[in-house]
Write a protein that binds this ligand. Structure first.
Ligand code: SF4
Length: 157
């Protein structure tokens, strides 16, 4: 992980999950897993967020919300898709209103598979996301374009 100059602020959005992955995301905030040891701060305001962590698949109802959250976040920013639903549509993929995973509407930097994704895998994904965030920040400081595809990484559950 590269050097991070500020606490990364994270916003979590539940697309259309069964809440299984959301419970595991909440577990990451408990003293047992303690994601705050990496300086992570949970926020409800996209304008303050560096990391967009999304659970659940994209559907016709939430696609505009996901896009809006993403567009409100300042650059540099990182998107982490948590759970197989957020990565590909998962078990809901064939449902009539499901479009697929998060990358059907916004670019994704880190994929964390699992059903549900385990807290250890989520935290590992967030730490990888911090590395991607640092690389994007460095590119911005050098005046280089931010290539979202370059930060794409697959996490193993
Ligand atoms: S990946 Fe599994 S646990 Fe997570 S939201 Fe989808 S069905 Fe639920």
């Amino acid at each position: 992980m590269s050097y991070v100059t500020k606490s990364p602020w994270l916003i979590h959005y539940d697309g259309s999950s069964c809440n299984g992955c959301d419970i595991e995301v909440l577990a990451c905030l408990t003293p047992m897993y303690d994601v705050e040891r990496f300086g992570i701060i949970n926020t409800g305001n996209p304008k303050h967020a560096d990391i967009f962590l999304i659970t659940g698949a994209i559907n016709e109802q939430n696609k505009a919300v996901v896009k809006q959250i993403y567009e409100q976040m300042p650059e540099p920013k990182v998107v982490i898709a948590v759970g197989i639903c957020a990565t590909s549509g998962g078990i809901f993929k064939e449902c009539y209103n499901i479009m697929g995973g998060t990358d059907t509407v916004i670019p994704v930097d880190v994929y964390v598979p699992g059903c549900a994704a385990r807290p250890e895998a989520i935290i590992d994904g967030v730490v990888k996301g911090l590395g991607v965030l640092a690389k994007k920040k460095e590119a911005m400081e050098k005046g280089l374009p931010i290539d979202t595809a370059k930060g794409k990484e697959k996490e193993e559950a």
